[in-house]
Design a binder for this molecule. Sequence first.
Ligand code: SAM
Ligand code: SF4
Length: 496
Amino acid sequence: INPAEWAANVIKQDEIDRYLIDGDDFIDDNLIEQQLEEHRDPDPKWIREIIQKSLEIERLEPEETAALLNVEDEELLNEMKEAALEVKKKVYDNRVVTFAPLYCSNLCVNNCVYCGFRKDNTNETRKVLNMKKVKEEARNLVKMGHKRSIVVYGEHPASDADYIAESMEAIYDVKVETKHGYGSLRRVNINAAPMEIEDLKKLWDVGVGTYQVFQETYHHETYQKLHPSGPKSNYRWRLYALHRAMEAGIDDVAIGALFGLYDWKFEVMGLLYHAIDLERQFNGVGPHTISFPRLMEADGSPYTQNSKYKVEDEEFKKLITVLRLAVPYTGLIVTARETPEIRREAMQLGCTQTDASTRIGIGAYSEEYTEQEKKRQQFILGDTRDLDTVIKEFAEMGMITSFCTAGYRCGRTGDKIMNLLQEGVEGKFCKLNAVLTFREWLDDFASEETKKAGEKVIAQELEEIENDSFFTENNLLNEFKNYYERIKNGERDLYI
Ligand code: SAM
Ligand code: SF4
C-alpha cells in the first residue's frame, strides 16, 4: 500500500460533522482567551468557594477554572494544593496505578514538528514489530511484574487498525510462569492515531482497555502550524477521535495535551472543554484520564529546543493542581518524561497513575536494544527507574500500588463507574482489590526491601478495612478475608 494514498483516505468528513454544533467545534479560542483575561485577578473569597465546590467532588465550570489558573497568591495556592490532595484522597484514597508503555511502530505519515517519529526525520531508524517481537516485548513487561500496558503506534498503513488489533491479541495471549501460576498483561490500553468508527469497533472487539488520543494543542492556529501535513493536520478529525471511540463502544477514553506548544493556561481550559463536551454528548461520561506530558527534547526535531511556551516546574505543578480541582473524578497521569522529584510532587497534588521501568524505543525491552538506539527514540526520558523501585517509593509515601483490573472486567466502566464513583462505592471495591492485587504482586515480584515497605502499607489497609462498617454491612469482609488467605497460599487473579 502506498502510504500517501492510504493517508489521503483516512478522514471521513461525515464522522466529524455529526458532532459539530451549528457547524462549529467546542473550542472557541476567543472565548477561552477572554475568560482567562476576565478573571486575571480573582477575588480570594470566590476562589475559596470554588475550592469548596471541588471538595464536594463537583466538576468545575470554565469560568471557575480560569479563575483558579490565575491565582498567584502563595497562601491561596497552598490552599488549592492541599484541597487537590484532599480531593484525590476522597475519590482515589491512597491508591496509585502503574503501567508501562510498549512502542510497536514508529513509521508515520505525519510531520508533527516536535516528534522524533515524524515522516521527515531521517535520523530515525524505522521499525514495525512483528507479532513474535510484540509478544517478546510483552513477555519482558510481564516478567517485571507489569499488569497494564499502554501500546503506542505511529500512524501508517503498516500499523493500521488491523495491525493494532492483531498486536493487542498477541499481547493478551502472553502468559509467563511466575512463582505462583502465571502472569499476564491484564489490561491493554492504546495510544494511536484517530480512526473511523468501523476501525474503532475492531479494537473494541479484541478488548481494548482505554483508548488515548492527545489533542497536543487546543489552539487552532498553533495546531495548524505544528501539524503541517498528513491526516493529523485536520484539527477536528483529532478533536472528535474520542467521541467516535465512545460511539464505537469504547467507553474508557483518555484525553491529553502536550504542554509546551502553546500557553499552558489555554491548554488546561481546552482539556476542560473537551471533558465537558464528552459529558454532554455521552450521558455524563467524561474522559477516564487526562495526560499532560511536557514537551521533551527529541532527536532530529529542533523545534523541541526552541519552543517559547516551555512550561516551568512551578507552572507544571499549578496546572496539575487546577486539573485535580476542576475534574475531581478523572484519573490524572504523570509520565516518565518527568524526573523522580517532580513525579513525587505530582502524586501529592492529585495524580493517580504513572509509568515505570519505561522504555520508549521500538523493541526496547529486548536485550539486543543498543545504547545508540536508546538515544534515537521518540524523545528523552526523565525517569527510567524500574517498577520495583517506584513501588517501594510509593509504599514509603504510604501509597498502595493497585494492579486491579477488575473494574473493567466486571463491567464497572463508563457510566457505570461514574455512578459508582459518585456514590463513593466504587472506591470501596477498589480498596479491596488493591490489597488483593498488591499482595499478589509483593509475593510474586517484589525485592526484599520493597516487600518490607509494602507489608507496612498492607497492614495499614487491612486495619482500615476491618474497621469500615461498609464491608461488614455488605457481607464483603468475610469474602475479602477468604480471598486474601487464598492469595497468600498461592492462588491468583481473585477479585471482588
Ligand atoms: N501517532 C499517534 C498520535 O500522534 O496520536 C500516537 C503515538 S504519539 C508517539 C504519542 C504522543 O507522544 C503524542 O500524542 C504526543 O503528545 C507525544 N509526543 C510526541 N513528541 C513528544 C515530545 N517531543 N515530547 C513529549 N511528548 C511527545
Ligand atoms: Fe506521528 Fe504521532 Fe509522532 Fe505525530 S506524534 S509524528 S502522528 S507518531
